[in-house]
Design a protein around this ligand. Sequence first.
Ligand code: SAH
Length: 233
Amino acid sequence: MWRATVLTLFPEMFPGPLGLSLAGDALARHVWSLETRQIREQGLGRHRAVDDTPAGGGPGMVMRADVLAAALDAAAPADDPRPRLLMSPRGAPLTQSRVRALAQGDGAIILCARFEGVDERIIAGRQLEEVSIGDYILSGGEIAALTLIDACVRLLPGVMGEEASGDEESFETGLLEYPHYTRPRDFEGREIPEILLSGDHAKIARWRAEEALKLTQARRPDLLARLKPKTTR
Ligand code: SAH
């Protein structure tokens, strides 16, 4: 079973949207599991403090390394094989290939920060891998963690209705996906492209490949530049 352990100050945010639909059904079927740990349980003093003022001054508060270490150590033994992720805008941007690798593993231990972030020393101290979900700032790591878990869970065997539906999607091929159409044939004067109604599967496949390429060229030339010739598929 793929296991997610999430350390957060807001465990009530979980499973949240992951309790519904594909991810929620799979959670109920024990295809994956979700454990949340309240970081404040390791907080200091009567007020269970988890943060303190930044060394060197400046605005905001920083999450203490000692508190986070205690929370991580209580959540998982040192030999837990799962990667320890820190949701962080400074991290490596999350990609479909990282998601696929995570989905093929045992799960993840995910630390969600708040305030200005964490004391730098916890990153090396507990070998955290910093992961970003994009170049913008969220108010906390929880929504980033939900995003990462959702992307992983839908790849677990038996989660998506049609096994194949994952394979052709945007990024799996290195390209954006071709456009989709369904009924009605005429929507406010806009027709479904004739070729999709032709029944000629070879032609349709070629058309889709061309459309995917055109779209990627127009919107994400950076993806094309990265595209390596594939030996498989
Ligand atoms: N002061 C920090 C931002 C802190 S935002 C900076 O400028 O880099 C508070 C927390 O939200 C972060 O520590 C992180 O856990 C989470 N977070 C914010 N944006 C994120 C993003 N794009 N990806 C992943 N986590 C993010």
